[in-house]
Design a protein around this ligand. Structure first.
Ligand SMILES: [Fe+2]
Length: 402
């Protein structure tokens, strides 16, 4: 299948990339199972020895846990005996992980420590004499942490995280996560019946934000008469949309301007960061790191089959911040999430695309807006989406690891 059936500039895309099972399996093996750093959690979610949280790399279940020495370990949440999950809860505290099926016991670094009936009963049965317990540790996940944010990889030969992100993304990453200790202030999880890439495309697309999202338009958060920049990483894999809100309501001639907010704090902005009032960042392959006014969130887009994804939103602030700022972040979380004033529009449109993607056959999606595959200082640009698919095509061709 060609990624560019009509040209070599990634201005056309077959909708089969949203539906095809062979493509999807290649993504799981070569992108999520390949040389990618995948968002796992915030470091503050595993604050002390034994604290763990479950997450996923692609469809692979992963446990992240802090051990007694303070290190953060991660491993595939699959017993090396018969394949059950060893950790059942989403999060908690453990001294060890014991598989529910036959009680193989693993320590906090994933090492196998105990096998019931290893030597049989009364000298009969059990594991063979050459059974080596150290050959059956949980599959390790490589871990990297940047300013309190934990990433993991199934590939053993990763570039360091800063090289992987590149200078531009590092700069925007550190603009918010600058090393101050973070705190989680809320979580949301929901399913969208759309391919994971549709969600990633959506937040690389500044155009729709000023058209689809009535809330943004009416209250002057993201509109065509405001400044928008598209920043694309050096490899093209990741990007940031930077918007600068005017907070001007639509001119009186517009009927929508009759709308008003019962609680104006919904769009009040306490200036915290340099640059725009919003920065929507995507980090390859499937993290959306979002700053919208005072709302901060890590939005993990987990593929779950070719035609749906599971989104986990981790809203956060800083441990040392004033409670009034935390309350402001929580209030503005109502813009986002499954029923948010803004995000609800995207959820519906993405499902409209997915519903008809099979029927479209090879009728291509059009990605013509703007120039090239790099930065633009204007809004009507699909350069970040084209750059994403150029990188995607090369990543899909890699050999799987592990
Ligand atoms: Fe949107």
């Amino acid at each position: 299948m060609s990624c560019t059936p009509l040209d070599t500039e990634f201005r056309r895309l077959s909708p089969k990339f949203y539906t095809d099972e062979i493509v999807y399996q290649a993504e799981l093996a070569n992108i999520f199972g390949g040389r990618s750093w995948n968002y796992l959690c915030l470091m503050c979610e595993v604050p002390d020895a034994g604290a763990y949280i479950e997450t996923y790399i692609g469809e692979t279940p992963v446990v992240v846990v802090r051990d007694k020495s303070g290190d953060i370990n991660a491993f595939v949440n699959r017993c090396t005996h018969r394949g059950s999950k060893v950790c059942i809860a989403n999060k908690g505290k453990a001294k060890q992980f014991i598989c529910p099926y036959h009680e193989w016991a693993f320590d906090l670094s994933g090492k196998l420590k105990g096998v019931p009936y290893r030597h049989g009963i009364d000298g009969k049965g059990g594991m063979p004499s050459d059974f080596n317990i150290s050959d059956h540790n949980l599959t390790p996940v490589k871990v990297a942490v940047r300013n309190g944010v934990v990433f993991g990889s199934l590939a053993p030969d990763m570039d360091d995280l800063a090289t992987y992100l590149g200078p531009k993304i590092c700069s925007y990453f550190d603009r918010v996560c600058d090393g101050r200790p973070l705190k989680v202030i809320g979580k949301m999880r929901h399913i969208i019946k759309a391919n994971w890439k549709l969600q990633i495309e959506n937040v690389k697309d500044p155009i729709h934000a000023a058209i689809l999202h009535s809330f943004f338009k009416v209250f002057g958060i993201w509109r065509s008469d405001q400044k928008t920049d598209v920043v694309v990483s050096e490899t093209g894999s990741s990007s940031v949309l930077v918007s600068t809100a005017s907070f001007d309501k639509l001119k009186p001639a517009k009927a929508e301007s009759a709308l008003s907010l019962a609680d104006p704090r919904m769009i009040q902005h306490i200036r915290e960061f340099e640059g725009g009032t919003g920065a929507v960042m995507t980090i390859w392959p499937n993290l959306i790191f979002l700053q919208q006014l005072n709302c901060l969130v890590m939005r993990h887009v987990r593929p779950d089959g070719a035609s749906r994804c599971i989104q986990t939103w981790t809203f956060f602030g800083f441990q040392d911040e004033d409670i009034s700022l935390t309350e402001q972040r929580l209030l503005q979380a109502n813009l986002l999430g499954p029923a948010g004033f803004v995000t609800v529009d995207d959820n519906e449109v993405l499902e409209l695309i997915q519903e008809d993607a099979v029927a479209l056959g090879d009728t291509p999606v059009v990605l013509e807006a703007g120039e090239g595959m790099g930065d633009t200082d204007y809004m009507v640009s699909e350069s970040a989406i084209r750059a994403f698919y150029r990188f995607y095509k090369s990543a899909l061709g890699e050999q799987p690891h592990g």
